[in-house]
Design a protein around this ligand. Structure first.
Ligand code: ADP
Ligand code: MG
Length: 638
């Protein structure tokens, strides 16, 4: 087998491995699954890119960050390494090319988003392809103890087993000990092959300053002006804060821009490009800014608002000082920050009643369930992710079992006359396809296949039909389109205690909420710490260090004291106006929880559908505790 160091030099042009890389790569080359827990920017990707070149088969890379895949793939291609991505943004001919390359074993690395592994079309496409390594980026998402649990990650582990993939590499920059345990268990990684390089960064100077909300702008301005300013990021919680603070700084002659997920893609990339190229730019951003910000000389990361937990904080300050030079990470905190963050958490917990109704619908739905998660989210007014989590919880309890997903509608556009397509095929294929085509109804250009009729006429399963259509698509006979994503589940035979089940599911959501609120409380504990800040932060990640000697506290500053919050209840005018609005929008604002969400600035499927986001009442109570808003709304309507 190839010598890894040699491959590093010849293929990647690097002289030596960085910390941890060699151990991970060796474990994989020896045939083991492994985990790489390194800080962002320290070279995790090389841990699968290099082995990928040593294996005969394909390395499948699962990453939720589609935008980042593009850059990586361009870099790999520039080094003559055959890599590609498969995602919904590809043009038809590009997609076809990627699949051809994959099947012809011309590809070494294929990047996909996690959802794709639950997609029947992709599973049909990849059947028979030899996969030597599955690399899972952001693997901490598999753990419900983590800050970013994504149910589809549990399915990655299942798919790895179903596809018979023997070797997995789990990658993450933020993992606490319980999260590492979950990753290791789900992906069957042996302790000896978990490589954790630690989180300590000696060049980061951590500081905290507590203040009144009204002083914060002036404080930030002072910091930016008094310190030697290199490129700086200012993180805020809300989009509108990003806009307001950036404009305040510009009025004070600082080159600031705002950045958040509500902006158009072009505008966002323009802000990012400008920042990447600048020596003193300032970006005031929500957490949407950062993925892919790989800039070595960021001199300061300010948190204008409290971060929502140590995991996020670590990730956000980790963007500072990648060049190893001294950089400041300062948290400016005031009492209302906590409320806003907690409100976001409460807003994600579904109404107990909606969760119970949804469970009833599933339990009453017969043995085979054929669901559109999108419709359920709309109907029960829960975010898609919350519906997904609920179904996964039922799955983990053994109540239902996922049978995969499919597209309700199979459409195609012929690229050749059917005679030509059938010509030259053997008798049985010719018959099969002509029956299949006879089950399609023509609109103007596109045909819609009646799968039910086709399955009956041909007495075959759906997979055969998809496979045949997929084949036609590959041959360039037609363009295939699958729409109306649906998920299939089967009820298990074991009897269910309905009430107990509902209670436990609702309880689990509340537990999750509690966990997130605790995360915020821990972050607040950091903000008022009177002992070494670096030590406090690292202890959370299971790392035990001496006092750092270079954080605010070690440098002799006193512990921060956060002034108490002022605005603790809703203004009566707002309550009255909200009551009016509720009468007009019973579906979106029917329950006190829905209304409280809306007033606290949390959008939901129903409020989006009713186009209520632009209403002036939206976000009007962000500073008031969610529970208070909900109580006041419900008292007002009684
Ligand atoms: P991560 O995924 O851990 O955030 P990346 O894999 O994106 O980090 O790597 C960050 C940068 O480090 C990339 O530009 C990569 O080319 C570079 N890099 C990785 N390994 C090495 C190495 N051994 N020597 C020098 N540079 C490296
Ligand atoms: Mg990475």
């Amino acid at each position: 087998m190839a010598d890894p160091l040699q491959v590093l030099k010849t293929q990647f042009g690097f002289d030596s491995f960085r910390s941890g890389q060699k151990e991970v790569i060796q474990a994989l080359l020896d045939g083991h699954s492994a985990a790489a827990i390194f800080p962002t920017g320290s070279g995790k990707s090389l841990c699968y890119q290099l082995p990928a070149l040593c294996f005969d088969g394909l390395t499948l890379v699962v990453s939720p960050l589609i935008a980042l895949m593009k850059d990586q793939i361009d870099t790999l291609r520039a080094q003559n390494i055959p890599a590609a991505r498969l995602d919904s943004s590809l043009e038809e001919d590009e997609r076809r090319q990627v699949l051809d390359d994959m099947r012809a074993e011309r590809l070494k690395l294929l990047y996909i988003a996690p959802e794709r592994l639950g997609n029947e079309r992709f599973l049909a496409q990849i059947e028979g392809v030899k996969i030597d390594l599955l690399a899972v980026d952001e693997a901490h998402c598999i753990s419900s103890w983590g800050h970013n649990f994504r149910p589809d990650y549990l399915k990655i582990a299942m798919a790895a087993k179903d596809l018979g993939i023997k070797r997995v590499l789990a990658l993450t920059a933020t993992a606490t000990p319980p999260v590492i345990d979950d990753m290791a268990r789900e992906f069957a990684i042996n302790k000896d092959h978990i490589v954790n390089t630690g989180f300590y960064r000696s060049n980061l100077e951590l500081r905290v300053t507590a203040c009144e909300d009204t002083q914060r702008d002036a404080l930030l301005l002072q910091r930016l002006k008094e310190r030697d300013r290199g490129p700086s990021i200012v993180y805020v919680t809300l989009q509108k804060t990003a806009e307001r603070v950036a404009s305040f700084l510009t009025h004070n002659e600082l080159p600031a821009r705002h950045y958040h997920a509500g902006m158009k893609a072009e505008e966002r990339s323009q802000v990012q490009d400008q920042f990447m190229a600048s020596d003193d730019g300032i970006v005031v951003a929500t957490i949407a800014f950062g993925m892919g910000v790989d800039k070595s000389n960021i001199r300061a990361v300010y948190h204008y608002n409290l971060a929502k937990g140590f995991e996020s904080y670590m990730q956000e300050i980790g963007r500072a000082g990648r060049d190893g030079k001294r950089s400041v990470c300062e948290l400016l905190v005031c009492a209302a920050d906590r409320t806003i963050l907690e409100n976001f958490t409460y807003g994600d917990t579904p109404d107990a009643q909606s969760a119970e109704n949804l469970i009833d619908e599933l339990l009453d739905g017969g043995k085979e369930l054929d669901l559109s998660l999108y419709d359920l989210a709309k109907r029960y007014d829960m975010r898609n992710l919350v519906v997904g989590t609920l179904l996964t919880r039922l799955e983990l309890k053994g109540v239902i079992r996922s049978l995969g997903s499919y597209y309700g509608q199979i459409r195609f556009k012929p690229l050749r006359p059917s005679k030509e397509i059938l010509n030259g095929l053997n008798e049985s294929r010719k018959n099969f396809l002509s029956v299949l085509f006879s089950c399609a109804d023509k609109a103007k250009i596109w045909f819609t296949l009646d799968t039910g009729r086709a399955m009956q006429k041909l007495s075959v399963e759906r997979e055969r039909i998809i496979a045949a259509m997929e084949w036609c698509d590959q041959q360039g006979h037609l363009e295939l389109q699958l729409q109306g994503f649906r998920s299939l589940y089967r009820r298990s035979d074991q009897p269910v205690d309905r009430d107990e089940l509902k209670n436990s599911i609702v309880e689990r959501f509340l537990q999750h909420e509690k966990q997130d609120v605790e995360r915020i409380a821990l972050m607040l504990g950091y903000a008022i710490s009177d002992t070494c800040l670096t030590q406090k932060l690292l202890a959370y990640f299971g790392e035990d260090i001496e006092a750092c000697g270079h954080c605010g506290i070690c440098l002799g500053e006193a512990a921060s004291i956060i002034p108490p919050a002022h605005q603790l209840s809703c203004n009566p005018d707002i309550l009255q106006a909200a009551q009016q609005l509720r009468l007009q929008h019973p579906a979106a604002l029917g329950t006190p929880r829905q209304t409280a969400r809306f007033l606290c600035g949390l959008s939901s499927p129903a409020t989006s559908a009713a186009r209520l986001r632009g209403n002036p009442l939206f976000e009007s109570c962000v500073h008031i505790p969610f529970g208070t808003v909900m109580n006041q709304v419900s008292e007002y309507s009684d």
